[in-house]
Design a protein around this ligand. Structure first.
Ligand SMILES: [Zn+2]
Length: 482
């Protein structure tokens, strides 16, 4: 019996999202990625004595937007708190975060996984500042870069309602999609704008209590979230199956080896000696601001997916694939608005367009209107489905319309009965033996004749017309051969 038959996984995620403000959370320093070390620092974010932090209003606005999108209750007066710990990349000796009165609580994320929508509870969303970065160089020297210190983060803590590694990855992907749709973060995982810590414990199936959990820190890709949890679940299950006990600890995922390793035994919350931050007033969210933000909230990816299913009759799978990137969904809608049949447009986008885009956020060389034009040519029988692919390839190179490419390259489908009949007659004249065999009952040869005619017309003969005429001419009802 496998581990997952005996035990149920209980998973909760803490997702850190870097907000896309131009400046840091409590000072005016730039948040731009990739600047030379310590070039974006000031007395506030390096923790000099005597300075005072001032909350960046945009940070609060962005955080309120995600709180609304996740259907949270938003606290009108939330309180900043000091989280005390010592680390070389934390010059103040504490991180400004929120503790018992965070910005938002009790929300929900709709997560699509295995073609089912799962509502995962959100415990809380709070604001905090990022720490700096230690760089351990070869030769034993260590350096500190404080450019990241004071970069605005929100932490989104889920309820322990996630039940599988796939669901955890889908949850994180959903958060990424939502912050991008809201335009409050670039969600760039390589640059650390989105990362998560995963808590996981096991319990025998059917039981309601919670087992001892471990936490895997700093997972920065959807795949790592899934792999780390898969490993951790197997590891815990093996210990439990042996009659052992899980030790509560913090672990790190080693992506190269696909395993988790112990980082430290878990500190209890009181180890941080949280207390209200005396240098900052409460963060105030007015009714007016909430009203303004609610009214401006864009359609979220999950709502859009559902709309594509209801309105355009796409499958849940296709609808979610198109909504993988907002740019892609916008492209689809523009093609449909230009008259494209939704299901066909979706297929062309997912097969022909996506295979040519390294990144769905880059602009396509084929405009949505031009794609709609190509689909119209196929639907009206002016070009064949097969030739349409090569037309698309040329549209991709030149940026021209389908009509222009088909005209220039002479790729319109031949639907002229007389000229197709003439080609058929020629093929029949050239292959008397095959004609005799066909007429003697070797019906499989039909495909051979189709192929020969297609060859002569360079694939442009209208296939339905060709089939009908060929059948007639082969059984001798067509134009005389002599
Ligand atoms: Zn600064």
């Amino acid at each position: 019996m496998s581990a997952m038959d005996r035990y149920e996984a209980v998973i909760g995620l803490e997702v850190h999202v870097q907000l896309a403000t131009a400046t840091k959370i409590f000072c005016g320093c730039s948040t731009a990625f990739g600047a030379p070390a310590n070039s974006q620092i000031c007395p506030v974010c390096t923790g000099q004595p005597g300075v005072l932090p001032v909350l960046n209003g945009r940070v609060l606005r962005f955080a309120a937007m995600i709180a609304l999108a996740l259907r949270c209750e938003i606290r009108r007066r939330s309180i900043f708190a000091r989280k005390n710990y010592f680390y070389p990349d934390l010059p103040k000796g504490y991180q400004i975060s929120q503790y018992d009165r965070p910005l938002a609580e009790h929300g929900t994320v709709d997560v699509l996984c295995d073609e089912t929508m799962h509502a995962i509870g959100v415990t809380r969303i709070h604001l905090e500042e990022d720490a700096g970065k230690c760089i351990h160089a070869a030769g034993g020297d260590s350096f500190v870069d404080l450019n990241r210190a004071g970069v605005p983060l929100i932490e989104i803590v889920s309820e322990p309602e996630i039940r599988s590694p796939q669901q955890a990855a889908a949850y994180m992907r959903t958060i990424r999609d939502i912050v991008r749709a809201l335009n409050i973060s670039d969600g760039n995982m390589e640059q650390g704008s989105l990362r998560c810590d995963a808590n996981v414990s096991l319990r025998p199936r059917g039981e309601q209590g919670l087992g001892t959990k471990t936490e895997v820190k700093n997972l920065n890709s959807f795949r790592f979230v899934q792999k780390a949890l898969e490993y951790e679940i197997e590891r815990q299950a093996a210990i439990l199956a042996d009659g052992g006990q899980i030790v509560q600890q913090t672990r790190l995922f080693d992506a190269d080896r696909g395993v988790t390793r112990v980082m430290r035994e878990k500190e209890e919350a009181h180890d941080y000696r949280y207390f209200p931050e005396p240098d900052l007033p409460p963060a105030l969210v007015s009714e007016a601001l909430l009203g303004e933000l609610s009214a401006a909230l864009p359609e979220l990816p999950t709502a859009r997916i559902q709309r594509y299913v209801d309105q355009h009759q796409l499958s849940l799978l296709d609808a979610s694939e198109l909504n993988r990137e907002r740019e892609l969904a916008d492209y689809f809608e523009a093609a449909v608005a230009a008259g494209a049949q939704p299901k066909r447009a979706a297929n062309w986008i997912m097969v022909e367009l996506l295979s040519r885009l390294d990144d769905a956020r880059q602009p396509s060389n084929v405009s949505p209107q031009h794609l709609a034009g190509l689909l119209e040519l196929i639907a009206s029988g002016k070009v064949s489905g097969k030739l349409a692919k090569s037309i698309f390839a040329k549209m991709w190179e030149s940026g021209e319309s389908a009509e222009a490419v088909a005209e220039r390259e002479n790729l319109f489908q031949q639907s002229d009965e007389g000229s197709i009949a003439a080609e058929i007659a020629a093929v029949i004249a050239e292959n008397p033996k095959q004609v005799a065999d066909y007429r003697a009952g070797k019906e499989k040869l039909f495909g051979f004749f189709v192929g020969q005619v297609m060859k002569r017309t360079r694939g442009k003969a209208n296939p339905q017309l060709l089939n009908a005429l060929l059948k007639k001419q082969l059984i001798g009802e067509g134009p005389s051969l002599d």
